[in-house]
Design a protein around this ligand. Sequence first.
Ligand SMILES: *[C@@H]1O[C@H](CO)[C@@H](O)[C@H](O)[C@H]1NC(C)=O
Length: 440
Amino acid sequence: MKLLLSLSLVACLLVAQTKAASNLVCFYDSSSYIREGLGKLLNPDLEIALQFCSHLIYGFAGIRGDNYQAYSLNENLDIYKHRFSEVTALKRKYTHLKVLLSVGGDRDLDVEHPNKYIELLEGEKVRQAAFIQSAQSLVKNYGFDGLDLAYQFPRNKPRKVHSEVGMVWKKFKKVFTGDFVVDKDAALHKEQFTSFVRDVKNSLRSDGLLLSLTVLPNVNSTWYFDIPSLNGLVDFVNLAAFDFLTPQRNPEEADYTAPLYGSDVQNRLPHYNADFQVKYWLDQGYPSTRINLGVAAYGNAWKLSADSGLEGTPVVPNTEGPAPEGLQSQKPGLLSWPEICSKLSNPQNQYQKGNDAPLRRVGDPSKRYGVYAYRSIDGAQITEGIWVSYEDPDSASNKAAYVRANNLGGVALFDLSYDDFRGQCTGDKYPILRAIKYRL
Ligand SMILES: *[C@@H]1O[C@H](CO)[C@@H](O)[C@H](O)[C@H]1NC(C)=O
């Protein structure tokens, strides 16, 4: 009896030990289903990922601007072409998998109602009831295991980090103009959000459905999340700790977009790194095992000018906004991992010259800031310069190691369609996802 007891104690301890760092939350952007060309992600390729993912988060649903109901942003695909049900049906085959529906993200763009997420919080309870009821129906009718709130809050204002000159003046000015204030009612919205989340959670609780929160890039947790109160309301949180700079927000200079740690040289902001964001949630008493660190599978690419210099060392000055879109990603300034990989030196391009020459890759032995690659304008053959900050399987694996070392819940990958799901780079399908899984 005694032996049995101690054996089960040992078993419990082992379970407890493996509990942390076991989440691999895979974001799935359903618009990849209707992309043209090699970026099109269909079921057979999606399924390969599912053996590695603990959760699949289906993106994205939105909020209707007129009545605040949750709804599919592409009803033709999600509902009439049965994509919602097809994806949740995969749980029968991959029984360990939890599938959540995400509301918001950067997909729910609505020029007529740009403030609807805030209006929903500010409105009367009936307004929120409309959202809650409709969200609950979507989740239940289509067989999801829960809801993810990738809530759209006002973003941090982009700031130029480079110029040393004028820095003192700017700091001075900021004190008077409140340059960094993006929402003067942030404190109120924080309170309203907590109460909203409580109501959402209550609507899901009786059916045992999950609720997660995704903190979108450049949404400031200090302003919008009452972390002690959210503890106990949301099952886990995904910190999208990347895109601190992007070619859209910061067209004139390029820098590491998702550094793990901060660096105090060159006037960088202390909170623009993953470690700061994680530590902030931890310091507020949020349980480490419920935090998933977000890792992007894509890179941000800037167009270089002749004045950006030859070295490529970040912070790179005088950039000209987003580099042209990739054939697969089809978004200016964004390149998927297989697209980046094909631009690095490989047997196909190693003897190419000029604008087709391979990019020069600069690794990060310190494992603190991430990798980048570039091709600068040389005044001769190269007329199209590019600088890209990205995650590769090694750097992603390094972030997974950080997750383990800090006893976090796991990693959230954004998203499956930007990893190399066809194995174009080395033949391995989903090399970033695998590298993370292997480390966790
Ligand atoms: C929110 O912004 C303020 C002011 O810019 C900054 O001091 C703080 O660290 C930010 N919080 C987080 C969690 O990034």
